[in-house]
Design a binder for this molecule. Sequence first.
Ligand code: NCD
Length: 331
Amino acid sequence: MKHLLSTTDLSKDDALLLLDTAAQMAATQSREIKKLPTLRGRTVVNLFFEDSTRTRISFETAAKRLSADVINFSAKGSSVSKGESLKDTALTLHAMGADAVVVRHWASGAPYQLAHAGWLDAAVLNAGDGTHQHPTQALLDAFTIRRHLVGRRGGGDPDGVGADLAGLRVAIVGDVLHSRVARSNVALLRTLGADVTLVSPPTLVPVGVETWPCRTSYDLDATLADWQPDAVMMLRVQRERMSGGTGGAFFPSPLEYTRYYGLDARRLGLLPDHTIVMHPGPMNRGLEISAEAADSDRAVIVEQVANGVAVRMAALYLLLAGDHSAEGNDL
Ligand code: NCD
């Protein structure tokens, strides 16, 4: 593996290697000294053309915990806001000797172009491109699901190391149309053997969804009560990607959206006791998820953030440490 661009590129073995390596990384994160020397002398550039809080901080933390040098490059306040092209930005990063570039871009496909246009010889990690892909989010979601629903319940390894997600049911609910998180998760969960149902209003279903390896439903209550998912993943309503930023063109009113597609205490009551509630953040509390649901015992939302660091450490380690790593390769 040279780049991490899309979960559709990952074989089951690749995905399990990433998750199992993340489990080793997570174990190092409970030590008093969290830093490993593995990527000493390597340079990781965070190239963010779109706003981000947790993904950027998570990648930065992951790279620093592996002792890499980290350069944060955000479009605001850089020459990009003066109109510099992706190509010129890439050539600059190349000249600075970047070993890995973590890129978030509003255009679907930008990380692919960065990886394959020949402007750079760095490893490219997609941190979210348009409505297309966000592979490390899907990996941290799979890691969280495996830890809770395979590891802790199974009585074996607490992280479920080595196991896939066969037999588990995951409902992904909300604004599927604009969600790179949904696209990344559908592909990865399927590769790992889980069954997925997408639940969204008809106006927020992507064209061509019938070719995706999952079922779809417009009925949240029926999906929760009849299908009994093991994990319910709520998606943010992405008003900034809707016309005018109001959401108005896609659903009649926020109240109506919440009534049909919001997760609240009543709906939690339809679920089996073991079912976990997930959200990639940032949450619109009161719209797609109520405060009671977000703060309930079933919610693993804060844990998803913590697991994100371990998963990104694993991705950086597997892409960069390879053959040319310096000493200190052992975890
Ligand atoms: C997601 C994203 O940016 O795609 N958030 C994240 O990475 N934590 C989902 C979202 O913005 O709703």
